[in-house]
Design a protein. Structure first.
Length: 126
């Protein structure tokens, strides 16, 4: 048995040009709608976090010392749930010719993992 329902069109509906019958989709469940909203929210948070300072290699956070990487990384809240982050790894990487520090962190509440990028300021010579 098909799950698609058919009905005669009325004013304002978009009919099938040949038969005058419009296909009506089944109502979406509350669970499906909730999951779709959650996925959209996660995508939005991911995009906003990527565009924020430190969210990508193109937008690193400027720091004076490598010792500040761990302090600054753990001080940022989780972008998804607002929980605290735990540092898993701190590494120096070369990305597109630039030496960056990358802090790999994970949220202790929701478990989401992300990278935070840092660039060391060049010391000023007197």
């Amino acid at each position: 048995m098909r799950s698609t329902q058919y009905r005669k069109t009325t004013t304002g509906d978009e009919p099938d040009r040949r038969s005058g019958i419009r296909i009506v989709a089944k109502k979406r469940s509350a669970r499906l709608l909730r999951r779709l909203r959650e996925r959209e929210q996660e995508k939005l948070v991911h995009d906003l976090e990527r565009l924020a300072p430190g969210g990508s290699a193109e937008r690193p956070i400027e720091i004076d010392s490598p010792a500040l990487v761990e302090v600054r990384a753990e001080a940022k809240p989780c972008p998804l749930c607002g929980g605290s982050l735990k540092l898993e790894e701190h590494a120096a990487e070369t990305i597109d010719g630039a030496r960056l520090r990358v802090a790999k962190v994970a949220c202790v509440s929701c478990g989401v993992r992300r990278d935070i990028y840092f660039r060391l300021d060049e010391p000023l010579l007197h």
